[in-house]
Design a protein around this ligand. Structure first.
Ligand SMILES: NC(=O)C1=CN([C@@H]2O[C@H](COP(=O)(O)OP(=O)(O)OC[C@H]3O[C@@H](n4cnc5c(N)ncnc54)[C@H](OP(=O)(O)O)[C@@H]3O)[C@@H](O)[C@H]2O)C=CC1
Ligand SMILES: O=C(O)[C@@H]1CCC=N1
Length: 269
């Protein structure tokens, strides 16, 4: 597969992870990356064109897709500066949390074809999960192009109801952070039980990574994999009796996801 020239706005943690995946698939070298920090694009030197500001985008550049990967708070500054790129042949693929298709079309100044998507950082190892929603006017070819871009960094799913992107943001967008937090707190608990620091760190990392790999490789439900660890009257049963108390993990995860969904809705403004 080879990908057409793109315009990537923002090459930070998420933009950089996506760009690495696209380059692996064979990205047109005419691709332009707008990123104020040279360090963010250093790894891609010579493989894409780098400019520091939106004003430096070559005037005659007509990318097939513009990827909006700045922070949501930057949208009111950045999008109006991209209005000259709005044309039926160009699709705008946004990964900005909270920013709605209608809001982005307004900032872009009209009839922009916008896809709103929410990836996650496992994209850095091509194991991302993205959910995307097409806006008005997006053609099937543009949807296919966006799908190629998103499947280059992992799995992709599409929804027609844009409102679903807010809970998606809370679950799979931010989800890797919750899993990394699990590794952090397991490491801390291991230290509390007297395990040496280097062993505690290795155990926590390997246990989270190994469990993720097993989940990915297995056709079993997560609950079955959990039960497989839980010997009757054994040690795991004791731990899960604490974690699975309704007011513990089940309630805490509900509350956390609800808070993140609400924040995604707030960011629309
Ligand atoms: N990180 C994640 O896990 C995920 C993030 N997202 C979304 O992706 C977007 C980017 O997040 P993330 O990569 O974490 O953020 P980063 O801050 O790492 O990356 C954004 C980059 O864009 C730069 N930038 C700021 N203004 C402009 C501009 N006008 N033109 C071009 N570049 C600009 C930023 O510079 P400076 O720092 O100086 O502002 C920064 O280097 C956000 O909207 C976020 O909601 C979506 C899914 C997951
Ligand atoms: O925290 C955030 O707002 C972004 C969106 C999902 C992951 N990171």
């Amino acid at each position: 597969m080879s990908l057409p020239p793109l315009l990537l706005i923002g090459c930070g943690k998420m933009g950089g992870a996506m760009l690495a995946g696209w380059l692996e698939k064979g990205l047109a070298p005419e691709t332009v990356v707008v990123e104020p920090h040279a360090a963010g694009v250093a790894a891609f030197a010579g493989r894409v064109r780098h400019v520091a500001t939106l004003a430096d985008i070559p005037a005659d550049f007509a990318p097939a897709a513009v990827i909006l990967a700045t922070k949501p708070q930057e949208a009111p500054n950045a999008l109006p500066a991209l209005a000259h790129l709005v044309r039926p042949e160009t699709v705008f693929l946004s990964i900005m949390a909270g920013k709605t298709i209608a809001g982005m079309r307004k900032l872009l100044g009209g009839e922009a074809n916008v896809v709103r998507a929410m990836p996650n950082t496992p994209a850095a190892v091509r194991l991302g999960f993205t959910v995307a929603c097409p806006g008005p006017g997006v053609t099937s070819a543009q949807r296919e192009l966006c799908d190629s871009l998103l499947t280059a960094i992992g799995e992709a799913a599409w929804v027609e109801d844009e409102a679903l992107i807010d809970p998606v943001t809370a679950v799979s967008g931010g989800g890797p952070a919750y899993v990394f937090l699990l590794a952090e707190v397991m490491e801390k608990a291991a230290l509390s039980q007297g395990l040496p620091a280097d062993l505690a760190r290795r155990m926590a990392r390997a246990t989270v990574a190994g469990s993720g790999a097993l989940l990915a490789a297995s056709t079993e439900d997560a609950s079955t994999l959990r039960v497989n660890v839980t010997s009757p009257k054994g040690t795991t049963e004791r731990a899960l009796a604490v974690l699975m108390r309704p007011e513990n993990w089940p309630a805490i995860m509900e509350e956390a996801i609800e808070a993140a969904t609400a924040r995604s809705r707030e960011l629309a403004r």
